[in-house]
Design a protein around this ligand. Structure first.
Ligand SMILES: [Zn+2]
Length: 219
């Protein structure tokens, strides 16, 4: 059922193995970076993806979502220094995260492929970039993370909120997180470590539940 070569979208290893199967798609496991991923040939179209976001995504009126973002911001804020500027990459339909940081005197730009496609971010530099429930959606994770890495100032940080796969097949088979068809890969701590190394960053360091930070060198 898998395409002839299910290349790992993170490390580009071609020697990957079938791992699990849902009615609508397959999952492969990479033996090098331990990413579990949906073969790129099985991804839904961008327009179908946007329809799902339009239907499901959180907005300002959702108190639970506000509290959820607030917890993330509270974990990140103590690691920042005064005057640092950030980017909320993949912010979704709202600028709520940016608003939370503004209240604490940090300027944070918002970008979202579908809802805030502000291309000026690509000519800016940031002290920190937040990807909250984003990295599991990226079609070309290594390419996109390298582009983001290039936007970082020295000692810049990338905060990644995502659920890690535990490397346990029976857990994975029943995992709610894999049922969302816009989630197209699942990192382990080793996958994040591989990513950090490729980006010449240190980490991942665990900040709070499902929240990790990668840090760039000072030069
Ligand atoms: Zn890999």
């Amino acid at each position: 059922m898998n395409s002839p070569v299910d290349e790992c979208p993170l490390c580009l290893n071609k020697n990957t193995q079938d791992y699990a199967r849902d009615p609508s798609r397959d999952f492969s496991l990479c033996s090098i970076c331990s990413l579990i991923f949906v073969p790129r040939s099985q991804l839904i179209s961008s327009s179908d993806e946007k329809k799902r976001y339009d239907f499901h995504q959180n907005d300002e009126s959702d108190e639970f979502y506000r509290k959820y973002l607030n917890l993330i911001a509270e974990s990140i804020l103590p690691t920042l220094s005064e005057g640092e500027v950030g980017l909320d990459f993949g912010c979704g339909r709202t600028t709520l995260m940016s608003d939370l940081f503004k209240k604490k005197n940090f300027a944070v730009d918002s970008y979202d492929l579908y809802y805030f496609p502000d291309l000026t971010i690509w000519s800016k530099k940031f002290n920190f970039i937040i990807l909250s429930e984003v990295i599991e959606h990226l079609r070309y994770p290594m390419e996109e993370m390298k582009k983001l890495r290039d936007l970082l100032l020295p000692e810049g940080k990338i905060f990644i909120k995502t659920k890690l796969h535990p490397g346990d097949k029976s857990f994975f088979d029943n995992w709610f997180y894999k049922r969302d068809i816009t989630h197209v890969q699942f990192f382990s701590e080793d996958s994040l470590r591989y990513l950090a190394k490729e980006l010449s960053m240190s980490g991942p360091k665990i900040l709070s539940e499902d929240l990790f930070v990668l840090t760039a060198a000072s030069i």
